[in-house]
Design a protein around this ligand. Structure first.
Ligand code: EPZ
Length: 430
């Protein structure tokens, strides 16, 4: 299993190109099931999760092609890929494939909308909480689906003639349930209203793609989405938006290590809460034409309290990275995780660097220490893994992060991007 070795102490200086967002690319790929015409996606990141979803889509009969880089395009540009679901050959998404990644469960929406039936294994994914699927099942039932659970599979059937528009009030904001019900509703007969919908920029990116495919959706960027069903969708070309979590991660890395980095392609409006927090910590943030510049020269990091929240709040996907930053702040900070009940697995690993963190329920209290010391640590989930890299960038001496396959699920060429900015970091194979 690959590991990452790094030696802390170098400031970061230069430019980091931000890749396409994993959490938009995955549902965009899944929307290709909704049409028999080709969907071309640009700026698709090169990630293990994208590869895994390719396998799942291919199993349903989607033809996938990766196009070469165009002349003049640099390596920072993501892949251009075509997804062509001319015929759906199988409406079952098997356990062996779905258990590896929770988002693959979302195929249930488009399969049900187009083929009127679906049999999808209950999902797996990062072990950050119980992560049930009750909102999905409730939402699909509101669209007329009949649902049974059979041997670990959700078996869903649409009424004769297909799904019917319905009123869905989500009990809690859910990104996955919003994506899935929105995709399903595009081909339902009549109008669907989703109340308390997630407003994450990735939802809007997917809604824009669906609209370009012929869907009728209004209320983009709000908690109330209105979808008027149409009889069919067609192909289009659509660009995956820049990854706000990758952007925030490198912003925190720069804050931690010190230096001056331009996050090329990053869009401040997609992570304002996190950038404002960094500014309160004493980090200089400025939006430039080509991206976000992050600077910390000499001054220390101030402690700041945060609570994770759905967009536009502070993202849970940046909580672990922010905690790493707080370990060397000049005082005590409090972090409250409100989205997932088990998203503190990095705490024990950060302690191996000498961090002082106490957890009581959903509240973590981080008392800054003057310096961290490099350590052998273990990646436990995607965002937790990168928090260990961030800690290692500022720690004295050598750090080795084991089990980095978690990192490869969501960060493209991480060691190369950080290495080019002056970090001493390498991947150790095997
Ligand atoms: C998405 O997960 C993201 N994944 C996650 O990113 C992210 O952490 C999360 O949204 C929150 O922002 C992708 O976009 C692929 P939710 P999702 O449904 O959709 C509860 C990463 O690191 N819930 O918004 O699975 C749930 O348990 C990943 O890139 C139910 O109770 O999250 C949680 O407490 C990890 N029942 C809350 O809602 C349901 O049926 C929000 O989860 C569905 C969700």
């Amino acid at each position: 299993m690959d590991r990452i070795r790094l030696v802390g102490g170098n400031e970061l200086k230069g430019e980091i190109p931000i890749s396409g967002a994993k959490n938009a690319a995955l549902p965009l790929m899944i929307s290709s099931i909704l049409t028999h015409e080709p969907l071309v996606l640009q700026n698709v990141p090169r990630l293990a999760d994208v590869k895994q979803l390719e396998r799942i889509l291919e199993n349903h009969g989607v033809d996938i092609a990766v196009h070469g880089r165009r002349r003049g395009e640099d390596e920072g540009v993501g892949q251009r890929m075509t997804f062509h679901a001319q015929d759906i050959v199988d409406t079952t998404a098997p356990y062996e494939l779905v258990s590896k990644m929770r988002a693959s469960f979302w195929v249930i929406g488009p399969l049900l909308a187009r083929e009127h039936n679906a049999r999808v294994s209950l999902p797996g994914g990062c072990a950050i909480g119980t992560r049930p699927v009750d909102f999905f099942l409730y939402g699909l039932k509101q669209l007329g689906a009949e649902i049974d659970i059979d041997e670990g599979y959700v078996v869903a059937k649409a009424p004769k003639g297909g799904l019917i528009g319905g009123h869905v009030i989500l009990p809690k904001v859910s990104v996955g349930a919003t994506h899935t019900i929105m995709m399903a509703a595009t081909l339902a007969r009549g109008t669907t209203i989703i109340e308390n919908a997630a407003m994450e920029p990735e939802i809007t990116n997917v809604a824009e793609c669906l609209i370009a495919m012929g869907a009728k959706i209004s209320g983009l960027g709000t908690h109330r989405l209105v979808i008027e069903g149409v009889s069919s969708l067609h192909g289009t070309t659509h660009e995956v938006l820049p990854d706000r979590i990758e952007t925030g991660t490198y912003a925190m890395a720069t804050a931690m290590a010190g230096g001056d980095v331009l996050l090329r392609g990053g869009r401040a409006e997609h992570l304002q809460a996190a950038l404002d927090t960094l500014a309160n910590c004493g980090v200089h943030i400025s939006q430039e034409a080509s991206g976000i510049r992050v600077r910390r020269n000499g001054n220390g990091i101030q402690p700041v309290d945060i609570e994770t929240d759905p967009f536009p709040g502070f993202p849970t996907d940046l909580q672990a990275q922010f905690m790493a930053l707080m370990t060397t702040s000049s005082g005590v900070s409090h972090i409250r995780e409100t989205i997932f009940e088990n998203r503190y697995m990095h705490v024990a690993e950060l302690a191996r660097f000498g961090a002082d963190i106490k957890v009581e329920g959903q509240l973590a209290t981080v008392t800054g220490v003057p310096a961290l010391k490099g350590a052998q640590v273990m990646a436990t989930d995607l965002r937790a893994s990168v928090s260990l890299v961030i800690a290692g960038l500022a720690a004295r001496g050598e750090t080795v992060v084991n089990r980095i396959y978690h990192l490869d699920r969501g960060f493209e060429r991480l060691e190369e991007k950080l290495g080019r900015c002056g970090a001493e970091i390498e991947r150790l194979a095997g």
